[in-house]
Design a binder for this molecule. Structure first.
Ligand code: ADP
Length: 400
C-alpha cells in the first residue's frame, strides 16, 4: 500500500510516499516558496534527484501537481500512475475539541477544521489548502486528516482547565490543547513496546520530551496523555528555539506600555524573537549555541541552562502528576542528537531513580536505552516518526 503523507504550511509543503505497514519511504521532498516563485525538491532511493528547482507554484495546487509529476516520472518516479497512491494523509495542526482522533476528509471534517482556524490561525488555513489542492488534483482519492492536538484530548479537566473565568472555556473553548500529539503518540507506542507493555499499558508512566525547534513534554499514563506543556497554542511550556514558553502575562502589558507595541508586534517578539535565540542573541539552533557557549559566550550558556532547567523542572512536575515515572524519552532534533543536552537535563534527577549512562548516552538518531543498569527509570532515545503515524491512520481509515 502507498500513502502520500502531506504536511502543508502557508508557503511550503512537505511530502512522503510511504508504505504504512513497513514504514518504508519510496520518495519524499519539499515544495517551498509557494505563492512566491516556487522551488521543488524530490528525493528517491536515498538520493536527491531534484534540488530546489524553479517550478511555478502560485498555489498549493501546482505544488501537489509537481509532486505527482515527479512520483510518476518515467525516469526517476517510483510509481507508474496516480492509481498506485491508495490514500493521502494530511497533518493538521488544530482539531480543537471536535477531534479526538483522525478523520476521513469530507465536507463536515473540512468545516470542523475551518471552525478551528481562530485556534490555529497560522496553520489550519494552510492545512486546508493542502487538502483542497489534493481534492482538485486527485478527486475521489480517500484523504485523512491527522491532528496534532488529538492525542492530548484524554487530558483530565484539572490539566486542561485554565484558572480564568470558566465562561471562556464554556463559550469560547479556551483550554489547554497541546501539540506534537502525533509525535507523542508514536513515542508512547514505541516506549510501551520497549517496556514490554504494549499490550498492557495499564499502570505505566512515561514522560516524553519532544525537543526540537519547537518543544513540548507529555505525561503519558496508561498509554494516554494526561498532561502536556503546550497550551491553547504552541507558544506555551518550555522555552524553544524562538518561542518564549511560559511567561507571566504581566510582561505583555508592561512592554506594550513602555514601547507602544500592539498585540501583533508583541506576539511576533514572543513567537519569533524569544526562546534560546532571545536570551542568547546568537541563534535558535542548539548546535550554534553549544559552539558559542564553548567559546565562552555567557548568554549562549545562559540560554542553554535556562532550557535544561525548564525541561528538567517539567520532568519533575510530570513525575509528581503521575505519582512516579517508569520511562523518560528524548525525541526530535535536540532530543535525538543532543548528547550533552540530554546529560545536562538529567542532571539532578537521580532522586527519581533516573540515572543516565554516559557511555550509552553517546548515541545519535537511533533508538537506544541510555539509562544505567541500576536506574529504576528507563531512559530512552527514540527517533520520532510522525509521518508513519499519519500513514497508518490514513491506511486504517481509508480501507475501513
Ligand atoms: P522542528 O521542531 O523544526 O521539527 P527538529 O526536531 O528538526 O525541529 O530540531 C531542530 C533542532 O535540533 C535544532 O535546534 C538543531 O540544532 C537541533 N539539533 C540537530 N542536531 C543536533 C545535534 N547534533 N546536537 C544538538 N542539537 C541538534
Amino acid at each position: 500500500m502507498n500513502v502520500l503523507v502531506i504536511n502543508a504550511g502557508s508557503s511550503s509543503l512537505k511530502y512522503q510516499l510511504m508504505d504504512p505497514d513497513t514504514g518504508a519511504v519510496s520518495a519524499k521532498g519539499l515544495c517551498e516558496r509557494i505563492g512566491l516563485d516556487g522551488k521543488f525538491t524530490y528525493k528517491a532511493g536515498g538520493k536527491t534527484v531534484i534540488d530546489a528547482q524553479d517550478v511555478a507554484m502560485p498555489t498549493h495546487r501546482e505544488a501537489i501537481e509537481a509532486v505527482l509529476a515527479a512520483l510518476v516520472n518515467p525516469e526517476y518516479g517510483v510509481i507508474k500512475s496516480m492509481d498506485e497512491i491508495d490514500a493521502v494523509g494530511h497533518r493538521v495542526l488544530h482539531g480543537g475539541m471536535a477531534f479526538t482522533e483522525s478523520c476521513l476528509v469530507d465536507e463536515a471534517c473540512k468545516e470542523a477544521i475551518r471552525k478551528c482556524i481562530p485556534l490555529g490561525p497560522l496553520h489550519n488555513p494552510a492545512n486546508l489548502m493542502g487538502i483542497e489542492a489534493c481534492e482538485k488534483v486527485m478527486p475521489n482519492k480517500p484523504q485523512v486528516a491527522v491532528f496534532d492536538t488529538a492525542f492530548h484530548m484524554t487530558m483530565p479537566a484539572q490539566a486542561y482547565t485554565y484558572a480564568i473565568p470558566y465562561e471562556y472555556y464554556e463559550k469560547d473553548e479556551v483550554r489547554r490543547y497541546g501539540f506534537h500529539g502525533t509525535s507523542h503518540r508514536y513515542i508512547a507506542g514505541r516506549a510501551l513496546a520497549l517496556l514490554g507493555r504494549e499490550n498492557n499499558p495499564e499502570g505505566t508512566r512515561i514522560i516524553n520530551c519532544h525537543l526540537g525547534n519547537g518543544s513540548s513534554l507529555c505525561a503519558i499514563k496508561d498509554g494516554k496523555c494526561v498532561d502536556t506543556t503546550m497550551g491553547l497554542g504552541p507558544l506555551a511550556g518550555v522555552p524553544m528555539g524562538t518561542r518564549c514558553g511560559d511567561i507571566d502575562a504581566t510582561i505583555l502589558e508592561y512592554l506594550m506600555g513602555r514601547y507602544g507595541y500592539d498585540i501583533k508586534e508583541m506576539l511576533t517578539i514572543l513567537n519569533k524573537k524569544s526562546g534560546v535565540l532571545g536570551i542568547s542573541g546568537v541563534s535558535s539552533d542548539f548546535r550554534d549555541l553549544e559552539a558559542a557557549a564553548g567559546e565562552g559566550n555567557a548568554r549562549a550558556q545562559l540560554a542553554l541552562d535556562k532550557f535544561f532547567y525548564e525541561v528538567r523542572k517539567s520532568i519533575g512536575a510530570y513525575a509528581a502528576a503521575m505519582g512516579g515515572v517508569d520511562a523518560i524519552v528524548f525525541t526530535a532534533g535536540v532530543g535525538e542528537n543532543g548528547i550533552g543536552n540530554r546529560a545536562k537535563i538529567m542532571e539532578g534527577l537521580e532522586f527519581l531513580g533516573a540515572k543516565i549512562d554516559p557511555e550509552k548516552n553517546n548515541t545519535r538518531g537511533v533508538e537506544a536505552e541510555i539509562s544505567t543498569d541500576d536506574s529504576t527509570v528507563k531512559i530512552f532515545v527514540i527517533p520520532t516518526n510522525e509521518e508513519l503515524m499519519i500513514a497508518k491512520d490514513t491506511a486504517a481509515l481509508a480501507t475501513k
